[in-house]
Design a protein around this ligand. Structure first.
Ligand code: HEC
Length: 306
């Protein structure tokens, strides 16, 4: 083995041990890391950035467009172009996502009955949560960090009730899908005018293109045009990243439970043979910001099933 190859192997080992957390900064002393060619994405265009990207948005942007292409559902060659949007809200027969919303509402009522401040903590001063979830992730000055809906729920349960409702747990996902259902149909509006959100977006964009893990794959290796996107991979076909954040948490029919978007990141990391991170990890928050900006302008679409 040449010295060059030995160094490369050592670097790969380090990268694997570090998982994805160390990506994004290419400072001296850090493992050598390749990136996937950078996709041209303009955050200001929001979900419309898919025009000229995968160009599938014309098939799934509106219920009318979905109805026009309903014949593609179940067609292995065409279905991926619908970005699975035909499985949102009540577009398919009553699915378990609706029961998850009911379960979340029951949990919310029980927790708010114990202490009313649980509701006003979630609503940052108001108990009426209608429309609020469409602005997440957002920067919270008091907490000094970018918060997701799931982080807000964990924080409010701990600070008001002294109870741990960890991100990624069933109760947290049920409360989250209920909270977001209060914004169903409201266009997503992550505030890209806030520099702290834009910094998180840029870090997330970096992570999306960084190759990691034993297969040396980036998220982009499967989710941008010209990659595996649109091609079958072990029975699944990766789709455009635009519009995805709108339907999370989603009811995963194969697993029989809700899945948050960060749990989906972890599952993609598993497919990439990259060490998955825990929900709430700052790297996953950055990826969620990046992906939610790619849904800006698209309506919150829970409950959904996948
Ligand atoms: C090995 C290929 C592959 C890689 C690499 C990959 N994914 Fe995926 N991903 C998939 C497949 C297949 C699906 C399921 C089909 C779909 O909805 O795109 C999926 C689905 C998703 C979804 C859900 C889409 C939806 O409509 O519900 C998100 C979000 C996602 N990936 C994000 C990521 C992120 C972030 C990364 C990098 C950390 C990543 N993926 C890396 C293959 C991959």
């Amino acid at each position: 083995m040449t010295r060059h190859r030995r160094v490369a192997f050592a670097a790969a080992g380090l990268a694997l041990a570090a998982g994805v957390a160390a990506v994004g900064v290419a400072a001296a002393g850090e493992p050598y890391r390749e990136t996937y060619p950078r996709a041209q994405i303009d955050p200001a265009r929001g979900v419309e950035g898919d025009v000229g990207f995968s160009d599938t948005i014309g098939y799934w942007r509106t219920p009318q467009a979905l109805a026009r292409h309903a014949g593609w559902v179940g067609d292995a060659q065409q279905q991926w172009k619908l970005n699975w949007k035909f499985m949102d809200l009540d577009r398919i027969d009553l699915h378990p996502g609706h029961f998850a919303v009911d379960a979340g509402e029951a949990r919310f009522n029980a927790l708010a009955a114990r202490d009313r401040r649980f509701a006003t903590c979630l609503g940052e001063g108001t108990a009426d949560l209608a429309g609020l979830a469409a602005a997440y992730p957002k920067h919270d000055a008091a907490l000094g960090r970018v918060v997701t809906v799931e982080d807000r729920i964990e924080h409010c349960a701990a600070s008001v009730l002294g109870e741990r409702i960890a991100q990624g747990s069933v109760p947290n996902n049920e409360l989250s899908v209920w909270f977001k259902s209060r914004s169903a149909g409201v266009p997503i509006r992550v505030d890209i005018g806030d520099a702290r959100l834009m910094q998180a977006y840029r870090r997330g964009e970096e992570l999306f293109h960084a190759k990691t893990g034993q297969l040396n794959f980036a998220c982009a290796s499967c989710h941008v045009p010209g990659s595996i996107m649109g091609h079958k991979l072990r029975g699944e076909t990766p789709t455009t990243p635009f519009g995805d954040a709108a339907h999370y948490p989603t009811y995963r029919t194969p697993f029989g439970m809700l899945e948050s978007i960060q749990q989906r990141f972890a599952r993609c990391h598993g497919q990439m043979r990259t060490q998955a991170l825990a929900p709430g990890d700052p790297a996953y928050v950055d990826l969620e910001v990046f992906m939610t900006v790619l849904s800006n302008g698209y309506p919150v679409s829970v409950p959904s099933a996948r």
